[in-house]
Design a protein around this ligand. Sequence first.
Ligand code: G6P
Length: 616
Amino acid sequence: MCGIVGYIGKRQAYPVLIGGLHRLEYRGYDSAGVALLSDTDQLNVYKAKGKVSELEAVASEKDCSGTMGIAHTRWATHGGPSTKNAHPHVSESGNLTLVHNGIIENYAVLREQLQKRGMHFQSETDTEVLVQLIEYVQTSLGLSLEAAVQAALQRVIGAYAIVVLDRRTPNRLVAARKSSPMVVGIGEDGKEFFVASDASPIAEYTKQMVYLKDEEIVVCERDKELRVYTLTGENVPVEVKKVELDLTMLDKGGFPHFMLKEIFDQPSVLQDCMRGRVLPEHGRVILSAVTDHRERLIKARRFIIVSCGTSWHAGLIGKQLIEHFCKIPVEVEYASEFRYRDPVIYPDDVVMAISQSGETADTLAAIELARKAGAFVFGVVNAVGSSIARNTDTGTYIHVGPEIGVASTKAFTGQVCVLTMLALTLGEAKGTIDKKEYQAVFDELQLIPQKIERILEQNDRIAVLSKIFTYAHNFLYLGRGWNYPVALEGALKLKEISYIHAEGYPAAEMKHGPIALIDQEMPVVFIATHHQLHEKIISNMQEVKSRNGRIIAIITEGDEVVKQMVSEYIEVPDTLACLAPLLSVIPLQLLAYHVAVQKGLNVDQPRNLAKSVTVE
Ligand code: G6P
């Protein structure tokens, strides 16, 4: 996810900004940039694709003087990773420069309007539209920087945290936010200011922080008091908070591991994933890929999902969603098997590649095969501009931000969220989805982030529970229907990071083999939310219980029947059956995480595993 740092005061800005960008590296990024107003009032902008160290190399021979500047680490959303697309972006006249986190949903319309008025664009980003818009408003209405920011933001739909610098007013920085965090640090003498997307890059300089609220603008002016306004121009009292941060934990955003951070990211990143797609004001889901390729997708004879690892598990849920809502048959293939199996592929098939990294070699090869056979290729990818994203006919990004922990967590829920939105959109276009059911899923999907929050509140309890099970050498995970792929994913999480052998199975298949393994040593995780086949799952639990197996049950809140039966359970909020995986997977991610932590293992980089498997 993108990161912002800004500084205005008496110090040299460059070391503060570069140090801050290093502190933000934990968020993951693909390019970086800095803009400085030099001691001779020259605006110097340096950018680089890749790491902050590469930016430092670019800037090393250049003029890095100045006591005011802004800097950014970018994670591509609109336009691939490149120097051209990196921030800061500069306005047409060269007067304004801006950094931005978030997504401007109406950027295409704004861009067209500005182009008609003669403005030129250098990048493919939504951010450049913002800086041009602010300049346009400022010039045409003769406004101050802060008034222009205020007026321009009223025309913007979407999420943003921005910092703007105008080289003609070297005494101030203006920042604003909506749905994307932003904090201002007040330096020692109260006359220097640090602006950032979170407290980590500025905590070493000050503990006095002002957290901006949605739709607030802040003016940081040299030697003056901080001023905060609303978007409509009303003054807001400045509320200063004392923030003490453990600097050693800052690189992971305050969490001990990236994996835990990413598990806790899920409520907010799923909102990002739905932003501009699940539209409450229209009562509909709109995916541009489906709008643009409606006929081709509606007429699909079959979907073939190709993927690996966790993405393959998301594919199994995608199969159920697409078959249920769109009445299109779906096959789910391991990409590594598919590519070598001489599969039958028809030109009217849609081959869907699901991949977090967008670089998995087997999935890329499966796409090649599908292309040769003339199928239409649809990507569900996280990394913007990655090889898979570039090699598909169309697709939908999951937009959950960079995932750094090797064991995938937020990418899984992001993939399931996109597959749900796709099934709703396509089902509606085909007329195969019942209107009431569409409405129910549409409403409930928007509640999922807050329901995940409720599960995360049980983190400490799950940590305690995990202590009981670190002894185990084997685990069994059982689920049915929508929760069967969740059983597979729960088992994968545990084996990846705790090195405990774990198997996921459809619960009813237990009697055809795994039941022979059950004794008092064997923990069995049942994903037993109160949906289809609940009673049958309860019978399976009885079978495990009577063989002294140790059950951990994932149940719907208030399921007294199961609570009476088992000693260990984790409750998740009630939801619709088709959305159950988005909730029931969360305690399994936490359980795997805490078991691995208890065992003292390297959670983020487990042995023998890689985040991006670019070899077959
Ligand atoms: C590796 C990762 C897994 C991931 C799989 C597929 O094995 O460790 O977390 O699920 O690759 O990767 P992809 O990037 O294609 O989703």
